[in-house]
Ligand binder design. Sequence first.
Ligand code: NAD
Length: 467
Amino acid sequence: MCHQNRILPFVMLFIMLLPFVKSSTAQQYKIKNHTIVFKEPKREKGQQSMLQFAADPIPVVRIGFIGLGMRGPDAVNRMTYIDGVEVVALCDLLPERVERVQTDLQKKGLPRAASYTGEEGWKELCNRNDIDLVYICTDWVRHVPMAVYAMQHGKHVAVEVPAATSIKECWQLVNVSEQTRKHCMMLENCCYDFFEMTCLNMAQQGLFGEVIHGEGAYIHNLDPFWPYYQGNWRLAFNQKYSGDVYATHGLGPICQVLNIHRGDRMEYLVSMSTPSYNGKKLAKEKMGVDTFANGDMTTTMIQTANGKTILIEHDVYTPRPYNRLYQLTGTEGFANKYPIEGFTLKGEKLPAGVMPDNEKLDYHDWVPTAVKDSLMKAYKHPIIVDIESKAKEIGGHGGMDFIMDYRLIYCLQNGLPLDEDVYDAAEWSCIGELSAASIKHHGLPVQMPDFTRGDWKKVDGYKHAVK
Ligand SMILES: NC(=O)c1ccc[n+]([C@@H]2O[C@H](COP(=O)([O-])OP(=O)(O)OC[C@H]3O[C@@H](n4cnc5c(N)ncnc54)[C@H](O)[C@@H]3O)[C@@H](O)[C@H]2O)c1
């Protein structure tokens, strides 16, 4: 009785505070003038912009890897082919996964790295004082806690896609990177594919005129992969969240062409999604649940401050051929990657007074293969020229993954700004929660946060740094 009397005031207090508790965990946005607006925190004292940030050169980059499932071991392997890299530590929840990669290192005649295992082993890895870069390849919900902890313990971070799963997490990455002055690069490998790099070079040299629209996608039937995500993390995430939860492969390369936060910025988006048919079936089969939040097909449109448009699609459920779209529409030309790589360019004009021939389709079609091939050669990106044969030999999605790692290390070794900064990580990752909010409100526009806090006009165009 006496015990109950002591507890009662706390119970009463809790009941009184319940509405406030609820509102503090409630939506992070308001609807103003028919637009969804998420809260944007101010830059706190002691934080500095990371735009164009360059750290001191690191001649030998010492790396600790976290997450050695389907993706992580290939990252370790690629890094062993780059000069001036040491694999210092390996970590996975499961000891046998660490051991498998240790064996791979030993087969190459490389020393064993330090091993960390279990749910919290990654913290010990981050606590070491002989690591420069923490490379994270775990499931999505662990990315931000690990990246934040690593930066707070003096490490640069490279983190798999998407870097963050919510707006709050995106701001966390930005704020901690600005506080600690540590790089946080999201590993968006599709920016480094051969066609995309060539098109970026063509766009930067004006071949497409003004690029006014871009399209990108992640259309990849994941049926063969669902059983292998450790602990079913990916299906479980998609079961819980609607929206384009994996937008970065489609969006990243388009943002580079459109100079996002280097003269333009993504201002607002609208998103729609179909019901879940196949996702729901999967969830029933694999998780024994009847609901599935993620629609089978999600379509998002984004408008930039300069009026350009971007279309992004997500579909990991239906039996479609793999497709990232990658399409650029310019005033003078057009590029398309999937399903056919090709270009159309404004070529010769008809002489004055000559009517176009309706039967002649030349001007409606791709440039001939020989022209395409010579364009691909003439506009091959200088970075690709330097590293193409080695990248194709080592591989990683045909070589683009190797180019990404090579560039990351090159920039760290030479004290240069990275190709993808923390604002890219936040901007490309935030599409998940923003699109979900738009879908929830029947396609209402959502204002995109300005993670640079007004600095997006300070850099004139996207560039890869070179020494
Ligand atoms: N860029 C690309 O092309 C590409 C391709 C595939 C996957 N990915 C990304 O890579 C990441 C990993 O995907 P995956 O397919 O390898 O998944 P996976 O499930 O195969 O691997 C995740 C690994 O993280 C480990 N892990 C879980 N909790 C951990 C903890 N507390 N400490 C240490 N390790 C822990 C798991 O044991 C597992 O080995 C995801 O972010 C995914 O989106 C990117």
